[in-house]
Design a protein around this ligand. Structure first.
Ligand code: ATP
Length: 620
């Protein structure tokens, strides 16, 4: 397939906001794509050249792209800038400028997807001295070579502004439509994706071997697995009623980590077959010949290995298995008092420049609570008890990695005792786990139930919202230029973000400053396509879906203007819509934390909000 054909699909996708329509267009695109190019095509659809969990980013800014366009079309950067200002988008600007240049009969090549992909891959992977120049040159050549429509997307892609407006969920739906003509295979495809969240890989397997190609996907060291999530309940009796006698662990307040570790001997066969004469030499070689992989991923699959050099060291010392994927919670503690500190302080390690210092200043422990894979064997389909037993057996005693001890909760009293003990230790509450429950990758199921301190209040939990836009400030806040933030949650069924609240109060000046610094980087000219926002709530500035924050609130109420869970019906005149069921809103929302470990689609879902709303009434 040529990149031009792909670009016509991009433009069709760009033109619609309807999820069904997008799914249809995508499935047609997959049908038309070749089996050897569909993988690359899937990465390009995400505006990338590798899966989301790989750390390769384009590292390209507007300024450089403007330079590349000017160079390609032999015009002044000022001309590009002027058109950019008129169009509000560099993609549209380059397209317009290319149309003009074509009138001068500049010839273009009809490049294939793989040819464009190769160049974009080089753009993304060139690093070090002079790399900015190389990137600009490569982009410039591509822009010169392609037609105007293709140029629109070639420019947008490295800038992360594809504006297609859907998440992986829609892409997975479309695979099912491609094979079955409906969404009947979506769950099975999603299960494979949860274990191997690499759209390119899944797509090429399906294209080559149909559903058979993804039937037996097993964990692979180095490729993150989408993490299992917990449902919430607010009493020990509810927990027992739901899952019966269960394991109860502390709910540590830190950062979820998925550790991938493998140490294999290189040239193992050679070493084993070495003659006895050479035994001494061989032994030396064995010791020095380990091939080591250690990777650590956060909840949103970001590779954060560099954040924890101390855990890396501990893995080598304390983990006895040769190959393992395990999960745990990293918690920082005060080295003088030994007291554990809250999540936000653990996150300070995210600042890349002084990690070594921070490692001393804020030491951490990893409480290991899950085993997903060990020595060639997947543990996803094993019962909790079996996973924990194996996990315990592969951790040697040490200071940094600690086995997350469970108790067996037979009665409400057992669970409550553990809860009180947890609170006394400054943890967040407890996690109850079904004894014969499997590890449900990527699923918020009932095999894990969280019961937090905060749940004793009227609103049973904090909510993680996406920051979608902001209004200009008045009074004191004008100094910062921001008044209120429009925030919302994720509607999984529609693959859209819907609103629940405007947040302004409750922020300290320092929080406000930090907030603004972050949102300034996310500003976009138009409302992102994946946002469903009532006209009455239109903010002054839109933000692309990226920043997730945790908010506390007094309760969930109903609101006609918020779109979370809102249902509309055609009005009597048939020309407009009336509210059939009002949406959900947060009463007195206030910012509590940044959730840098969550991506936009990890925000609380509408289903969870609806569940919490129902719970509120039961409490009343
Ligand atoms: P979720 O992960 O459910 O979307 P969240 O990230 O906001 O929600 P919580 O609601 O606080 O987190 O609860 C789940 C999280 O609790 C896990 O992702 C994990 O980081 C943490 N956790 C702490 N202790 C444990 C434990 N013993 N077992 C499992 N998870 C634990």
């Amino acid at each position: 397939m040529t990149f031009h054909t792909l670009s016509t699909y991009f433009s069709k996708l760009e033109a619609t906001t309807l999820r069904n329509e997008m799914t249809k267009i995508l499935s047609e695109l997959y049908k038309e794509a070749d089996k050897d190019e569909i993988g690359k095509l899937c990465y390009l659809l995400q505006g990338r050249v590798v899966p989301l969990y790989e750390k390769i980013e384009f590292g390209v800014a507007d300024k450089m792209v403007i330079r590349a366009i000017a160079q390609a079309l032999n015009i002044k950067p000022e001309t590009v800038l002027k058109t950019f200002k008129e169009e509000g988008d560099l993609g549209k600007a380059v397209e317009k400028l290319k149309v003009k240049s074509q009138k001068l009969k500049v010839s273009t090549k009809n490049l294939r997807i793989s040819e464009v992909y190769e160049v974009l891959y080089k753009v993304a992977t060139s690093t070090g001295n002079g790399s900015q120049e190389i990137k600009a040159q490569l982009l410039s050549q591509l822009i010169r070579d392609v037609d105007p429509l293709s140029a629109r997307y070639i420019v947008r892609m490295p800038l992360g502004k594809m504006r297609l407006g859907f998440s992986d969920q829609t892409v997975l739906d479309a695979f099912s439509w491609m094979i079955a003509g409906d969404k009947s295979l979506k769950d099975e495809i999603e299960r494979a994706y949860n274990v191997r969240p690499d759209l390119g890989f899944i797509a090429s397997q399906i294209k080559k071997r149909g559903m058979e190609g993804i039937k037996h996907i097993t964990p692979t060291v180095g490729t993150p697995i989408l993490m299992a999530r917990a449902n919430r309940l607010s009493s020990s009796s509810e927990i027992l009623e739901k899952i019966g006698e269960c394991a109860v662990e502390y709910k540590y307040d830190g950062l979820r980590l998925q550790v991938h570790y493998s140490r294999k001997q290189k040239r193992h066969a050679e070493l084993v077959s070495a003659s006895s004469k050479n035994k001494k030499k061989t032994l030396k070689q064995v010791q020095g010949d380990w091939q080591m992989t250690i990777k650590m991923f956060s909840r949103n699959l970001e590779d954060i290995t560099e954040m924890f050099p101390d855990i890396k060291e501990a893995i080598i010392k304390q983990i006895t298995a040769e190959e393992v994927i395990l999960e745990g919670e990293v918690v920082a503690y005060n080295p003088h008092t030994g007291v554990f500190v809250p999540f936000q302080e653990t996150m300070q390690r995210k600042r890349k420049y002084d990690i070594a210092e921070k490692a001393l200043e804020i030491p951490v422990k990893l409480f290991a609570f899950e085993l997903l894979y060990a020595n060639g064997k997947s543990f996803l389909g094993k019962m909790y008890t079996e996973r924990k037993k194996k996990l315990k057996s592969i951790i040697q005693k040490g200071n940094t990695i600690v086995y997350a001890q469970e108790i067996i909760g037979k009665t409400s009293q057992d669970i409550e005792d553990m809860f009180d003990d947890s609170v006394a230790k400054h943890f967040e509450g407890i996690m109850a786990k079904k004894l014969d429950g499997l590890y449900e990758a990527g699923v918020r199921g009932w095999n894990w139930i969280k019961f937090k301190k905060a749940m004793s209040k009227k609103l049973s939990d904090t909510i993680d919202v996406l920051v979608m836009g902001y209004t200009m400030g008045e009074g004191k806040r004008t100094t910062f230029g921001v008044g209120q933030f429009l925030t919302g949650v994720y509607d999984e069924d529609q693959d859209k973000f819907v609103t629940t609240s405007k947040i302004g109060t409750g922020l300290t000046d320092e929080q406000f400053r930090e907030f603004i610094k972050r949102v300034k980087k996310l500003e976009v000219k138009e409302k992102p396509k994946e946002y469903d926002v009532d006209k009455l709530l239109t903010p002054d500035v839109w933000l692309r879906p990226s920043l997730v924050v945790e908010v506390g609130s007094d309760e969930i109420t109903r609101s006609a203007v918020h779109t979370a869970g809102r249902v509309l019906k055609p009005s009597k005149s048939g020309k407009a819509f009336d509210v059939a069921t009002p949406g959900f809103a947060l009463r007195f929302p206030r910012l509590e934390n940044f959730r840098d470990d969550k991506k936009a689609t990890d925000a609380t879902s509408v289903k969870e909000i609806a569940e919490m709303f129902k719970k509120q009434f039961q409490k009343k």
